[in-house]
Design a protein around this ligand. Structure first.
Ligand code: ADP
Ligand code: MG
Length: 382
């Protein structure tokens, strides 16, 4: 589908930003292009939509030399997502998404349907979000809009240049999951640039590794992990990946003390306790510490005028929890999949032991990245 033939890009006649690149990207594949900063990933990508012209060599799309095509038409058929997507601030989310369909002169009804379909698909109800302005969305939501905007005109090819790099780890996981979902539905040809090997492994059907302008290994994630072609790749993928995953601390070490209350307490008592401990939810337990549910401030306030009811009448019973015996990785996945702020931690007999919160996980992951980076430094010193 996309073919690079002996492609070079030189700056100042001597600096090879991209050197003798030969590459076939198949139709319908998600190709992850990875390498350190400055290795030529963005330059490679921009030669596909002609934001940059090669110094020599050819780029072909569907056997056609793109140098002979009209760049404007070319770009209209190639979605493009970058780190700061630049939604147009004075246009609503719906109008932003419909930009390319409008340029392509789709009729109103068709592009409107497309906007609804895409919003729903990434979990942003169109009723709520379609008429909002970009500034009214979180960073993660804006980036989500950037992704579906690139899909809106139904282009066969999508280029994504470090689209999730600026996001916190949990939003990032969610957007990666979204992208995989969208990809199983639409089967686009996607070139995805990242400098994060975990992201490349998770998303890529194949991975291309770049170093100083050269493509040095192209293969499936599994084969690259098993057979790194040289020391550079070995260091880059992290020699000791499996051990790194096991280095997550245990749930017990990360969980925090939960603020609890008995189910027989009244709503005013609940609110007072929340104020005292500055929390917006209380975990409700039995006298023997069996976990029963969660009461949140909003529910309490909603029913506050009713003096006859107690916390057990308004508590949420169907709460996602995690067992003390599970891995921290499970907790991370649960928080992300169920989109909750916290998970009560229970032992095997459903006694409440503590709480894992989104905030505490972000701290752990930040710490994790820091230690992994230090490990990498030590490797290089040897
Ligand atoms: P990556 O996306 O992998 O971080 P880029 O493709 O952006 O890398 O850049 C590759 C190399 O080319 C870098 O060393 C960069 O400094 C250099 N480069 C990029 N654009 C220009 C330019 N317009 N003029 C000179 N050098 C450039
Ligand atoms: Mg770049």
């Amino acid at each position: 589908m996309i073919v690079f033939k002996n492609v070079n890009k030189l700056y100042n006649k001597e600096f090879h930003a991209v050197e003798n690149m030969n590459l076939h990207i198949e139709k319908g594949e998600l190709f992850a292009l990875i390498g350190p900063s400055g290795s030529g990933k963005s330059t490679t990508m921009k030669m596909i939509n002609r934001l940059i012209e090669p110094t020599s060599g050819t780029v072909l799309i569907n056997h056609k030399n793109i140098a002979e095509e009209n760049p404007v038409t070319l770009r209209r058929n190639i979605g493009y997502v970058i780190q700061h997507i630049g939604l147009l601030p004075h246009m609503t989310i719906g109008e932003n998404i419909a930009l390319v369909p409008r340029l392509k002169k789709w009729d109103k009804e068709k592009s409107s349907k497309r906007v609804d379909e895409l919003l729903e698909m990434v979990g942003l109800p169109t009723k709520t979000y379609r008429n909002r302005y970009p500034a009214e969305l979180s960073g993660g939501q804006q980036q989500r809009i950037g992704v579906i905007r690139a899909l809106a005109g139904d282009p066969p090819i999508i280029l994504m240049d470090e689209p999730f790099s600026a996001l916190d780890p949990i939003s990032r996981e969610q957007l990666q999951d979204d992208l995989l979902d969208l990809q199983t539905k639409f089967h686009k040809t996607i070139v995805f640039v990242t400098h994060d090997i975990d992201e490349a492994i998770k998303l890529g059907d194949r991975i291309g590794i770049m170093q100083a302008g050269k493509l040095i290994q192209v293969d499936t994630p599994e084969r690259i992990l098993r057979h790194p072609i040289n020391d550079f790749v070995r260091t880059f993928i992290g020699a000791d990946r499996i051990n790194q995953i096991e280095k997550y601390p245990a749930i017990e070490e990360v969980m925090i003390h939960a603020i609890t209350i008995f189910p027989t307490f009244g709503l005013a008592e609940g609110l007072t306790k929340m104020r005292k401990y500055k929390v917006d939810s209380l975990l409700i337990i039995d006298k023997d510490k069996t976990f029963l549910g969660v009461a949140n401030a909003r529910e309490i306030q909603k029913h506050f005028s009713n003096e006859k009811i107690v916390l057990s009448d308004i508590m949420k019973r169907d709460v996602q929890t995690v067992k003390l015996s599970q891995e921290l990785g499970d907790a991370i996945n649960l928080i992300s999949e169920h989109n909750v702020e916290f998970l009560p931690v229970l032992d095997e007999s459903n006694h409440l032991k503590g709480l894992i919160t989104r905030a505490s996980l972000v701290d752990v992951m930040a710490e994790q990245m820091r230690t992994n980076n230090n490990d990498a430094d030590v490797e290089e010193d040897k």
